[in-house]
Design a protein around this ligand. Structure first.
Ligand code: NAD
Length: 449
């Protein structure tokens, strides 16, 4: 590991706060009243619960679960539940804050929340996973609810996990329409058509529109563009399939066990079949084999990190060889790496924009459940397309405005602080829109009582 990497702060909550604070100079109400930034950034509620679970071998194991309700300023909390050994309070805090900003950016009436259980999903059985889920939801009790905080899938949780969440909550709250308490459910249990592919579909809509708008020098469409994808789960697998269907050539993919690379293009359908049979893409034959992170460094036009946080860091940023990064994952790029990529002329479509398709279709599922309706898949698709294109335009327009007025912002800020005014990259523009919308809503509501 290089010396620079050692000095980089990889705490996701510190990174989220840093990203938030950077846009204060661009938002009048925050620039003028410093306490306001704390109000908007600090989570409303942090819950930590202890979950005793009887394992298949008869022993009792204790797991720790977290649910952070970051903000209800713009609506009830919304955010996924993750099962992973790295889950801790700071990770969940950061993920919850990013949800608040994401919902604001794409203009859906939710705040932000997130949850997780620290466990290794690859080492537990389905029965143990169900037991952890049910105990977690029981422990959260009425802290989640259709109008307070609505969970969804995230890393190593899926539609089956959401079905257990719904069932547990419903048993504890009988006599109500509880379907809207959780989204990402199976289709036969109040799920929405299009939810399974929504995150990747949203990322495709954003990338396509950004390219159409002339955002990427040397790339006029995805037709023939080379694409590398890190992560082959809900976000990554569907991204590989959908970008391929849009005419791109998928040259590399990876999962937690390793990556594969073929400069002539992988047959994504065959790779998917292999993943389903063998549990990994890493043993796929007839291609070059890579480490799970090496896939980030293959030469490509579009790079899609779709696994975890802190994948593009100061340690590898200068070896990233792409034109556009599309953050299907949350928090894959560190602030230090952002600066390096910006210096290299690589645009980053930030997580709060690029992967917002998941929460947008979760919102559509919630609406359908509240109304006891089921929409057609093409309706969901068209609504999502419009939402993601509009959000992309909002960010691009804001970036142009920031560039035009950068001098004035720098002068005004210099009178208040020594802190640097950031370069107006796409993340800065997206945060300025999102934090600005939260600040406006907070001002309109005021502080109760
Ligand atoms: P998932 O569990 O379905 O898939 C995760 C994938 O990442 C798996 O293929 C796993 O093998 C791989 N992976 C794990 N560690 C890796 C590593 N070190 N290197 C390479 N691959 C690795 O999870 P998901 O739902 O696809 O979530 C992936 C990312 O997308 C997360 O950051 C999540 O927060 C984000 N996201 C997901 C959704 C959603 O709707 N599921 C929505 C928005 C954002």
């Amino acid at each position: 590991m290089s010396e620079r990497a050692v000095t980089e702060d990889l705490n996701p909550n510190h990174i989220a706060r840093y990203q938030f604070d950077r846009v204060i100079p661009f938002i009048e109400s925050l620039a003028q009243s410093p306490g306001m930034a704390d109000w908007l950034f600090e989570p409303e509620q942090v819950l930590r619960v202890t979950l005793p679970v009887r394992m298949d071998d008869g022993t009792i194991q204790i797991f720790h679960g977290y649910r952070v309700l970051h903000s209800t300023i713009r609506g009830p909390g919304k955010g996924g539940i993750r099962y992973h050994p790295n889950v801790d309070e700071d990770e969940v805090r950061a993920l919850a804050a990013w949800m608040t900003l994401k919902c604001a950016l794409v203009d859906i009436p939710f705040g932000g929340a997130k949850g997780g259980v620290s466990c290794d999903p690859r080492k537990i059985s389905q029965r143990e996973k169900a037991a952890i889920t049910r105990r977690f939801i029981a422990a959260l009790g009425s802290n989640i609810g259709p109008h307070t905080d609505i969970p969804a899938p995230d890393v190593y949780t899926d539609a089956q996990t959401m079905a257990w969440i719904y069932d547990t909550y419903s048993m504890m709250h009988p006599g109500h329409n509880n379907l809207p308490v959780v989204t990402g459910k199976p289709l036969d249990l109040g799920g929405s058509p299009g939810r399974a592919t929504a995150t990747a579909q949203g990322a495709l809509f954003v990338a396509e529109h950004f390219i159409e708008l002339g955002g990427v020098q040397g790339l006029s469409s995805l037709q023939g563009a080379t694409v590398a994808v890190q992560g082959f789960g809900n976000a990554g697998r569907h991204a590989a399939k959908l970008f391929a269907a849009a005419g791109a050539k998928i040259v590399a993919v990876s999962d937690s066990r390793g990556g594969i690379f073929d400069p002539n293009g992988l047959n994504v359908a065959e790779v998917e079949l292999h993943k389903d049979h063998e549990g990994t893409v890493a043993t796929f034959d007839g291609v070059k084999h890579l480490g799970p992170k090496e896939v980030l460094e293959v030469p490509c036009d579009v790079l899609i990190p779709a696994a975890l946080e802190n994948q593009i860091t100061l340690e590898n940023a200068d070896r990233i060889d792409t034109k556009l990064v599309v953050e299907a994952a949350n928090g894959p790029t560190t602030p230090g790496a952002d600066r390096v990529l910006y210096g290299k002329g690589i645009h980053v479509l930030p997580d709060i924009l690029a992967n917002a398709g998941g929460v947008v279709v979760s919102y559509y599922e919630w609406v359908q459940d509240l109304e006891n309706q089921q929409w057609e898949e093409h309706e969901v698709h068209e609504k999502l397309r419009k939402k993601m294109r509009r959000a992309t335009e909002r960010v691009v327009t804001k970036r142009v405005a920031l560039i035009e007025s950068l001098g004035a912002y720098r002068d005004a800020w210099a009178e208040r602080s020594d802190a640097e005014v950031p370069e107006p990259d796409m993340r800065t523009a997206a945060y300025t829109v999102a934090v600005g919308k939260c600040a406006t809503a907070a001002e309109q509501r005021g502080i109760w009582p």
